[in-house]
Design a protein around this ligand. Structure first.
Ligand code: ARG
Length: 466
């Protein structure tokens, strides 16, 4: 996690793919257009002209040399100017540095975004009653016990981001007081896969019973003291965060969603790492990596790694994978699962969320920190993030952005696969998976995350079939 970094030459680890994607896509011909890129483009240019005659080659080499010389001169002058303009104190307040050089992307976020949902579900925290709100009726209505079954309960729990049903029962109306006597909802469908258009408004419930539900518990943390003004996490603050070790090295972050499943990024596990299931170890319930080496934290062996088949390593589209642990995690104050996002619920730009990880703390660090870091980052709408002053169309519907226009706070190499979490209705949800970014903490280049809400069906499918 990079906090307040200003030097921005990032050393990439083997998995880190924070290269300039537009170059890859424009290909050889388009490479000249992007003047800011150096050796990469030149290497490609030279490589692609290897069938030219010796004569042309000499001319080309002379030209390359001349341009290189000129480029070197320009870079030298730029560095000199930067050095002279740089404030002497390294503690200059965030946002004041570099403003003379960089123009910040000023696309404004839409304040009110229409919620596409027509039906809202909730489970009352006091009495566990399932309540439904229809778009046109402001009251929360209870659900009749008639024709109810547990697969409907599973659907409702998943709709709310809770993975599965754990308990359900019919509660006598006489036991729950006068608030629930006006209108009821009856869920009528036999359909097992979707909750759409399956309810009916009712004036009464024949059985005199309504539904109470309990879903899989997730997204809460034990009550713990908070560090004020700090950025080092304390044990138990992000109990779903895990460190994924590959060949005895911290390689990526991950997030616990059940006692046996961890979500991470596909780019962390793809290619040569994928068949080496036994080289991976998952460390849970720690904040300092050094404590992982102590005997009581043995780490968890991995049984299966499944990455999304649509993962594209050039665009980083569909950058999500699941790891199944060989033995189950014991949940405690320091190891807990997070909830998934609710169906159809897009969080608007500006929503405050958090990232955590053991990634680089300065863009040019080569070592990952010992203690877990955390940072607050607001979501950035796709409209803003895809605008020409940010990622210019590279953000697919399966990605989302979070961070600051001015940079300075961001995830970085080693944070990949880790969580971007937002608190919503008192539970924490895994909204994004750290995926990519151009550099780290650079202005106009916020972090890009896999949008977990787009993969709910895939996650359920994998967990049920593997
Ligand atoms: N790909 C990186 C990794 O493997 C994470 C990059 C995130 N970059 C960013 N600027 N947010 O750890």
């Amino acid at each position: 996690m990079s906090l307040d970094g200003d030097a921005l030459s990032v050393i990439e680890n083997p998995v880190a793919v924070s290269h300039p994607f537009h170059l890859e896509k424009t290909g050889v011909g388009g490479a000249q257009a992007a003047q800011s890129q150096s050796c990469h483009d030149w290497l490609r240019g030279i490589h692609c002209t290897n069938h030219l005659s010796a004569h042309k080659l000499v001319r080309l080499l002379v030209a390359v040399f001349a341009v290189g010389l000129l480029g070197g001169l320009v870079v030298g002058v730029w560095f000199l100017v930067r050095l002279l303009l740089r404030p002497t104190s390294s503690q200059s307040p965030a946002g004041l540095e570099d403003t003379t050089e960089t123009s910040f992307c000023n696309v404004t976020e839409d304040i009110a975004v229409a919620d596409p949902r027509k039906v809202f579900y909730r489970i009352s925290p006091e009495n566990s009653l399932l309540e439904i709100q229809l778009e046109k009726i402001p009251n929360w209505l209870p659900v009749c016990y008639e024709r109810w079954n547990s697969s409907l309960g599973n659907l409702v729990c998943r709709q709310l981001g809770y993975l599965r049903l754990t308990k359900h029962k019919g509660v006598n109306l006489t036991d729950i007081g006068p608030n629930y006597t006006d209108h009821f909802i009856q869920i009528t469908s036999e359909q097992k896969s979707s909750l759409e258009k399956i309810w009916q408004l009712r004036g009464s419930c024949i059985t005199g019973k309504v539904i109470a539900l309990k879903c899989f518990e997730c997204g809460t943390r034990a009550k713990l003291p908070r560090i004020i003004g700090g950025d080092e996490a304390t044990l138990g603050r992000w109990p779903w965060q895990v460190s994924l070790y590959y060949s005895n090295r911290h390689t990526c972050g991950g997030t616990v969603i059940t006692s046996q499943w961890v979500v991470t990024a596909a780019h962390c596990v793809h290619n040569y790492r994928l068949p080496q299931v036994s080289s991976w170890v998952v460390y849970a319930g720690i904040v300092t990596r050094s404590s992982a080496k102590l005997a009581q934290y043995t780490g968890y062996a991995v049984e299966k790694i499944i990455y999304n088949k649509n993962y594209n390593h050039r665009s980083h589209d569909n950058d999500i994978a699941l790891m199944k642990l060989r033995t189950r995690l014991n949940f405690s104050d320091t190891i807990r699962p997070i909830c998934l996002p609710q169906y159809d619920h897009d969080l608007p730009g500006g929503t405050q969320c958090w990232i955590s990880g053991w990634g680089y703390t300065k863009p040019d660090d080569v070592l990952v920190p010992d203690t877990l870091k955390e940072a607050r980052v607001p979501l950035i709408s796709a409209k803003k993030c895809n605008s020409s002053c940010m990622y210019n169309g590279e953000i697919t519907p399966r990605m989302l952005c979070a961070g600051y226009t001015e940079g300075k706070v961001d995830a970085c190499q080693g944070d990949s696969g880790g969580p971007l979490v937002c608190q919503d209705e008192n539970v924490w949800r895994l909204v994004g998976v750290v995926s990519w970014g151009t550099g780290c903490a650079e202005p106009n280049h916020p972090g890009v995350y896999t949008k977990v809400a787009e993969f709910l069906g895939w996650i359920y499918h994998i967990m049920e079939n593997y």
